[in-house]
Design a protein around this ligand. Structure first.
Ligand SMILES: Nc1ccn([C@@H]2O[C@H](COP(=O)(O)OP(=O)(O)OP(=O)(O)O)[C@@H](O)[C@H]2O)c(=O)n1
Ligand SMILES: C[C@](O)(CO)[C@H](O)COP(=O)(O)O
Length: 204
């Protein structure tokens, strides 16, 4: 299975002055933990890391340090996550049918989660890992007055991995680019284009 890892962020919301994936967690950069999980997956056999070129020297150091054996390609990212994934899709070899996309920032992913998503992707057009929302969610207006309380049993928090048929996702990204859709995950492009993605309840 081909895996794209968006890793070209700049930590704006976090208020970081550099890529948060290079911050250390238990002695290793965040990105190392994500890559180690992908390396231990039974299904992932190619990894594209999408990054900003100024981070590539540190990415190469990480790859050397963890002695990764899965083939890895570094791909230039864009201004937004959406633009980064677009570039990642262009970098896939022509013959690839299925792709998983997993945020480098989600470093607690397990090899088993990659494997489950890879297996299920063979049975559907698209899927995402997600967890059911535990809190009661309020919809507010621009003055923060509460307007609605949606039924919690229909609410799921989208995570990654997200997996798709490559031809369909490329079509959705292209459409999104042409029509100016701005989304925060790939499943939203699928929705906008009226394709169906399946939820995969995240256990681990
Ligand atoms: N131009 C961008 C922006 C984000 N990402 C990646 O998309 C994932 C989700 O982004 P997010 O968590 O929002 O990360 P950042 O944009 O880095 O940080 P922040 O949330 O603090 O703004 C991350 O793995 C990030 O590296 C990307 O590849 N290209
Ligand atoms: C794709 C994602 O991880 C799903 O939750 C998320 O939307 C990425 O963007 P964010 O800016 O970190 O929310």
């Amino acid at each position: 299975m081909y895996l794209l890892i968006p890793a070209a962020g700049m930590g704006k919301r976090m208020g970081s002055d550099h890529n948060k994936l290079l911050l250390s967690l238990l002695g290793k950069p965040l990105l190392s933990w994500t890559l180690l999980a992908a390396e231990s997956s039974q299904k992932v056999d190619w990894i594209g890391i999408i990054g900003q070129p100024y981070d590539f020297p540190e990415f190469k150091t990480i790859l050397d340090t963890i002695s990764i054996t899965t083939p890895v390609e570094l791909i230039q990212g864009g201004e937004t996550r959406q633009a980064s994934v677009y570039n990642g899709l262009q970098a896939l070899p022509e013959a690839v049918d299925n792709v998983l996309i997993h945020d480098g920032a989600r470093c607690l992913v397990t090899p088993n989660l990659f494997d489950r998503c890879a297996e299920q992707l063979l049975t559907c057009q698209g899927l995402i890992a997600a967890i059911s929302v535990k809190d009661t969610i309020k919809i507010v207006d621009s003055n923060r007055f509460i307007k609605d309380t949606p039924n919690r049993s229909n609410l799921w928090a989208a995570q990654t991995p997200q997996g798709f048929k490559v031809n369909l996702l490329k079509e959705c990204h292209e459409k999104g680019y042409q029509l100016g859709w701005q989304v925060t995950d790939d499943a939203a492009l699928f929705e906008n284009a009226n394709y169906l993605s399946k939820l995969s309840k995240r256990r681990n």
